[in-house]
Design a protein around this ligand. Structure first.
Ligand code: FAD
Length: 168
């Protein structure tokens, strides 16, 4: 921005910065989530269970059903992140899309990494695997650059046409 400091524009400037940084945090969540899913897949297959995308999840092993649920959530987070980042690159206003990507990817990465620890059992919480580290790393992605609840507030205001004093 301008080298002149205008304190009246401070809050708006910070909010605009978030339009660029929230998709980046969402991308970090997408990356950690994908890594945990791949490790979870490896453990499931090593245990002799096939992940079959042509069969209903409920008709497969419980760990496989969880994997399919988490992977579909991950894909939604990934697509929302790509959209928010694409809009950013193309200089389109993306505040609500940036919040959507951050909200979905932040929630999903905590869900995936915690479930991967659970499914991995002794491997999941052993320090010989990265699963327990990724589970510890994940939560901050749901907190900084605006928490899950704040993203939902921003999205709800925009969708319902409410101001920040109407919906706080
Ligand atoms: C490890 C770590 C690293 C960080 N790094 C940075 C950094 O590098 N730079 C930086 O600027 N900041 C950083 N932060 C700060 C981070 O962005 C804030 O902690 C985060 O945005 C939450 O704000 P807060 O701590 O003020 O919580 P609060 O606003 O006090 O919120 C506390 C809880 O209440 C909920 N809440 C608050 N308001 C509402 C509402 N209206 N409706 C519903 N729920 C609500 C929140 O979601 C949260 O769960 C970091 C934080 C941590 C923990």
């Amino acid at each position: 921005g301008s080298p002149e400091i205008d304190t009246k524009k401070g809050f708006g400037g910070v909010m605009q910065t978030f339009d660029n940084t929230r998709p980046v945090v969402a991308a970090m969540a997408v990356g950690v989530g994908r890594a945990a899913l791949e490790e979870m897949r490896r453990l499931i297959e090593e245990a002799g269970h096939e992940i079959d995308y042509d069969k209903p999840a409920a008709a497969q092993h419980a760990a496989v059903a969880e994997f399919i649920r988490l992977e579909s959530d991950w894909e939604a987070g990934w697509l929302l992140t790509l959209r928010a980042a694409w809009m950013m690159d193309n200089r389109e206003p993306n505040s609500v899309e940036a919040s959507m990507s951050k909200a979905k990817a932040g929630r999903t990465v905590t869900d995936i990494t915690n479930k991967a620890v659970e499914v991995g059992a002794t491997v999941g919480f052993a320090e010989t695997s990265l699963l327990e580290k990724w589970a510890r790393d994940a939560k901050i992605l749901d907190i900084f650059e605006g928490t899950q609840q704040i993203q939902q507030l921003i999205i709800a205001r925009r969708i319902l046409g409410k101001s920040s004093s109407d919906l706080r």
